[in-house]
Design a protein around this ligand. Sequence first.
Ligand SMILES: Cc1cc2nc3c(=O)[nH]c(=O)nc-3n(C[C@H](O)[C@H](O)[C@H](O)COP(=O)(O)OP(=O)(O)OC[C@H]3O[C@@H](n4cnc5c(N)ncnc54)[C@H](O)[C@@H]3O)c2cc1C
Length: 306
Amino acid sequence: MEDQKTEFDRWLKEHFPAARIRFHEPMRCHTTFRAGGPARFMVMPENEEEIALLTARCRRIGLSWFVIGNGSNLLVSDRGYDGLIIKLGRQYAGMSTEGCEIRAQAGVMLSRLSRQAALRDLAGLAFASGIPGTLGGGLMMNAGAYGGELSQAVKSVRVLDGEGQIRTLTKEQMKFGYRTSVLKESGLIALEAVLSLTPGDGKRLLLEMEELNRKRREKQPLEYGSAGSTFKRPAGYFAGQLIEQAGLKGLSVGDAQVSEKHCGFVINRGNASAAEIYTLCRMVQERVYKQFQVELTMEVRLLGEF
Ligand SMILES: Cc1cc2nc3c(=O)[nH]c(=O)nc-3n(C[C@H](O)[C@H](O)[C@H](O)COP(=O)(O)OP(=O)(O)OC[C@H]3O[C@@H](n4cnc5c(N)ncnc54)[C@H](O)[C@@H]3O)c2cc1C
């Protein structure tokens, strides 16, 4: 496999400009947890042809790949990832509006998308303005807040499947649920989506967004690295409340800590390793289960060996 990797190295340099490729790239620079070891390869494509080309090449040589957006719901192992990271970010973030519909590429940040919608007097995305992820990550997770969920606005999603075919999925085919969608286990890559919004008052929407973001700053430990809510909300409970009632507020492993401001967040107070963050998450799960017999499942996605 090392031979194939050396060959892939050469191939990448031939097909992509140096500014959009990385080798042995520390994933702590690409995740909001600010932890994680090196990715063997990373590319930041700027169109769907490039994404299809990369996945086809990986398939041919048996190299694994993983798509990321803003890394705001991701914990990467300290040992890193021995494959290709396809990062869909600002190089792949085009948007266009037609009537009440916005077509946007996967790399656009949800904050920018909701602001652009408001500036065009379109309602339906204000809830997402403080979620620090991309549209692609938001579609995978069916990101939501303050009573809204991305699924409510989705009309269709253009995806690239494991065989290199591009298809358009309807909202129903996206199988959205609580923090999940068909993208999760299928290996489908979201390329772009059409969002169907409703006419609104732009000024009021911007004020609403400001107010929601003020609430976030007040309640969430945004001054530290984290991936937002670490655990999913268990039916009938709030993860943060259970963690606090179990007496785990402030519990630490190295620089990883159960936030004192919001127990639903595991934070990185500086130099936490991914292993420390992971160990703390496991401790929280075990202790909450022991005390309340409630299983907390990770909302954060894991990549690599733990
Ligand atoms: C401070 C803070 C607050 C947060 N608040 C919220 C909140 O209120 N509500 C909420 O829902 N989440 C919240 N999150 C979590 C996170 O921002 C969301 O889950 C977001 O949607 C993740 O997007 P991302 O681009 O960062 O995805 P990443 O973390 O990069 O990836 C997450 C998953 O999506 C997959 N993925 C990414 N892009 C694509 C694509 N184009 N096609 C297929 N799969 C893809 C990845 O493979 C990975 O499995 C918060 C996080 C932080 C740090």
